[in-house]
Design a protein around this ligand. Structure first.
Ligand code: PLP
Length: 280
């Protein structure tokens, strides 16, 4: 089950060709996207996702996305979805065709959540730390690297996941060359110690996560301490719990890191999942 809606307010056949072969999103990965979780017909964190789409567009110097058009395309997908209770809604926005008049390409595509992600949500994941080659200060020093924008150029992130698989793991925790934690290829990292949840700052050049923000909101309300500060990778081995969170994977526990079992955080995982769900 997939539903595709275009920015002009029409539905399109997701099995039919849509993009031109010279679309810059295709030939250069020059574009941006968002993936939004929809549960029982309700999109979660829609405004923060649309805000981040606009921020990514600004970083790439793309025309400002037409928010009303994306909202209309979103409603159209939701109204025509007849799949399961959960859906991943992808919003895509590219620089349009090479040598064209600068009109961006955009669409909204509703997809089922993969069985793999559902299994990982339940069982947790093994991860490896991999160097991302980002040092503190690089994001400000080199804005052309587009750090912190959610671009369509995810080939590096996907390559990292293949490297994880080669090492017998399912996921990746990116680190700076000096061993500070960054994020997953498609997720935000959280470390929990006692009643304190810590995540690395987006200023390191990582994506500010909407799931992390929602969870922090709920946690703060329930009396937890939430902290945004750098985390040395070595600290993950002594933490009470390590989690990768994202719209699609929700709160997923990391049970093994670099081949070593982490502290059993199954109970903590349930607690955090309940906190996150309490926002909706
Ligand atoms: N970091 C990266 C690189 C991502 O691609 C994503 C989501 O896909 C996230 C973090 C988590 O963001 P969110 O919680 O808004 O889905």
């Amino acid at each position: 089950m997939r539903v595709l809606a275009l920015l002009d307010g029409t539905l399109a056949d997701p099995d039919a060709p849509l993009l031109r072969v010279d679309d810059l999103g295709l030939v250069r990965g020059d574009g941006i996207f968002e993936t939004i979780l929809v549960v029982d017909g309700k999109p979660r964190e829609l405004d923060p996702h649309l805000d981040r789409l606009a921020r990514s567009a600004a970083i790439l110097e793309l025309p400002e996305p037409d928010r009303a058009a994306f909202e209309r395309a979103t409603s159209l997908v939701l109204d025509n979805w007849s799949g399961g209770a959960e859906m991943a809604l992808k919003l895509v926005y590219t620089r349009g065709i090479e040598g064209g008049d600068g009109t961006p390409t955009g669409f909204a595509l509703g997809l089922p959540i993969s069985a793999k992600v559902l299994a990982q949500r339940a069982a947790g994941i093994s991860a490896v730390t991999l160097d991302r080659g980002i040092e503190p200060g690089l994001a400000e020093r080199a804005p052309w690297l587009l750090l912190g924008a959610k671009t369509l150029s995810y080939a590096v992130n996907m390559a990292a996941l293949r490297e994880a698989e080669r090492r017998g793991a399912e996921e990746v925790v990116f680190t700076t060359s000096s061993g500070s934690v960054l994020e997953g290829p498609t997720s935000t990292l959280l470390a929990v110690n006692g009643r304190t949840i810590t995540t690395p700052p987006a200023t390191l050049g990582i994506l500010p996560g909407t799931t992390q923000a929602a969870l922090f909101r709920a946690a703060k309300r329930e009396g937890w301490t939430v902290v945004v500060e750098p985390i040395p990778a070595a600290d993950l081995h002594t933490a009470d719990g390590v989690f990768l969170v994202s719209s699609v994977r929700k709160v997923t526990r990391v049970h093994t890191l670099d081949g070593k079992p982490l502290t059993d955080a199954s109970a903590l995982a349930t607690e955090l999942a309940d906190l996150y769900e309490s926002e909706y």
